[in-house]
Design a protein around this ligand. Structure first.
Ligand code: ASP
Length: 346
């Protein structure tokens, strides 16, 4: 039987056209471009259906509600297709790719996000290769994960970061090896892929409207900045600290602001500003002082994954009655430091 893939087109460069204001998405344009690609009618290719969203978005305008729309769309068509492709702008693709693994509990089929740096309508583009390759992978390789494919690498979604604003190798997963590499052959690295879930239905976890933030430290940051960021109603903060998670701990006002927030139940997760490597709050006195006042380690999670995971965990708590949740931040802190979807190494 011919394999079938479901393609969601959310917007993004891949299906945009040039306008007087720069590239912009246009309804119906991507489907007409796909119809004009003869390779997609080859017997080696799966059958596909495409669902174009309205409105089409530049991903810079996407919100958690858009992640939910994608998750629910996949769940609604889950039994009818072998794999799912999410065509998405590159700007916030790593955020969506980080959120979907938490939202799609029990996922047993491939969900692959991709897009391009140049649209299909340009003679020279990366869209065509990305699209054809993800269609083949989504149809033929039963990878039970949310992945991101770009520039010949298949990455775990919740490990991916955008590392290049203009190159075709726009994404990387610095702290986890690729799930697949593509050259003459498509090589799926099964040893890096999560085991399939226990059989059961796919469950979508909606995200609650949690008050979350990220803050990147820099030398000379006034303590008022961190105190203002941490003010109620903030519930969780990803603190982008130096190196293995260090901060300016001799600054009394900085530490007092953090300590006060922790006492109010704000979950503060320490992630590194470095592209590669993990937080180790025992490595230096400038890190252990943060741990002592209740800042928790984000280990080697990306900022995108830490933020998505906070959204997810605060949603479980808001949902109440969910067996995974309890109504206190200790549960969230413990889960933040536990590997749930392959997002951190411990
Ligand atoms: N601004 C675009 C977007 O993220 C960039 C892209 O698709 O590459 O939607």
């Amino acid at each position: 039987m011919r394999k079938r893939v479901y393609i969601v087109y959310t917007g993004g460069t891949i299906g945009m056209q040039p306008t007087a204001d720069g590239y912009a998405p246009a309804p119906g344009y991507l489907a007409s471009q796909l119809a004009a690609i003869p390779e997609l009618r080859d017997a080696a290719m799966p059958a596909y259906d495409i669902h174009e969203y309205d409105p089409l978005l530049d991903s810079a305008n996407m919100m958690p509600a858009d992640w939910l729309k994608i998750a629910q769309d996949i769940a609604a068509h889950y039994d009818d297709y072998d794999g799912f492709i999410v065509l998405h702008g590159t700007d916030t693709m790593a955020y969506t790719a980080s959120a979907l693994p938490f939202m799609l509990r029990g996922l047993g089929k491939p969900v692959i996000l991709t897009g391009s740096q140049l649209p299909l309508c340009e003679v020279r583009n990366d869209a065509r290769e990305n699209l054809i390759t993800v269609m083949m992978i989504a149809a033929n390789y039963p990878i039970p994960e949310v992945c991101l494919y770009f520039g010949d690498k298949l990455l775990r979604g919740c490990r991916a970061v955008k590392v290049n604003a203009v190159g075709f190798d726009a994404f990387d997963s610095p702290n986890y090896p690729p799930l697949g590499t593509v050259g003459i052959h498509i090589d799926v690295h099964w040893e890096n892929i999560l085991p399939p879930p226990t059989p059961g239905a796919l469950v979508v976890q909606p995200l609650a409207a949690a008050h979350l933030g990220t803050l990147r430290l820099f030398p000379g940051m006034h303590p008022d900045i961190i105190a203002n960021v941490l003010r109620p109603p903030l519930q969780g903060l990803v603190l982008e600290a130096y190196g293995v998670g260090n901060g300016p701990v001799t600054n009394g006002a900085f530490m007092a602001a953090l300590e006060d927030a922790v006492a109010r139940g704000v979950v503060i997760v320490d992630c590194t500003q470095c592209l590669k490597g993990a937080v180790d709050l025992e490595g230096y006195a400038t890190g252990s002082a943060l741990a002592k006042i209740g800042v928790i380690s984000g280990f080697d999670m990306t900022v995108e994954a830490a933020l998505a995971k906070l959204f997810y965990l605060f949603s479980l708590e808001a949902a109440g009655g969910n067996p995974e949740a309890t109504a206190n931040s200790d549960f969230i802190k413990q889960q933040m430091q536990t590997n749930l979807r392959g997002e951190l190494t411990r």
